[in-house]
Design a protein around this ligand. Structure first.
Ligand SMILES: [Zn+2]
Length: 163
């Protein structure tokens, strides 16, 4: 995956920067030791300030490295979701996969929540094929599981059957 390569390169760059900084800090420490032997308080202060600035920079690099790692993981998850999003098949009231997908199953997935979040949001189905999304409240039946619509003709038919 090209994104993995880019992120790995970025992480390696941070490690290199970190190593370069560590090297600069080591030199700064030596400089501090060297200037300590001289009777020059101004130079000592400058070296001390310089070291503080380097240490602060090292903290920033570590923060950036952590942020980069976090973004990389977020990007990986988003790519993963998009990959699965593209495979969804739309039914009347829900989405599903033609084949179960690792980590998601086959579905059904909520239409609204999936569209809103950009990745499949599963909904529980009861034994009658009725599903209900606890997040957005939408509900429906799996294809072929819906009870017959309540129409005048259907009611008349039902009434006739029961007599
Ligand atoms: Zn929903």
């Amino acid at each position: 995956m090209p994104d993995l390569t880019a992120a790995t390169t970025a992480l390696a760059l941070f490690s290199t920067s970190s190593a370069s900084l560590k090297n600069a800090i080591d030199i700064g420490q030596k400089l501090k030791g060297w200037v300590k032997g001289k009777n020059d308080p101004e130079a000592q202060q400058m070296v001390s300030d310089f070291l503080s600035a380097l240490l602060s920079l090292q903290g920033d690099v570590i923060d950036l490295q952590q942020e980069c790692t976090r973004l990389f993981e977020e990007n990986r998850v988003a790519k993963d979701h998009l990959k699965y999003r593209a495979k969804l098949i739309r039914r009347d009231a829900y989405y599903e996969f033609s084949e179960p997908e690792e980590g998601y199953g086959k579905g059904p997935f909520c239409l609204q929540c999936t569209d809103l979040n950009g990745f499949p949001i599963g909904v529980p189905v009861d034994r009658n094929g009725h599903f209900h999304c606890s997040k957005c409240g939408s509900s429906g039946y799996l294809e072929g599981k819906a009870p017959p619509a309540v129409t005048e003709n259907n009611l008349r038919e039902e009434f006739r059957r029961r007599r």
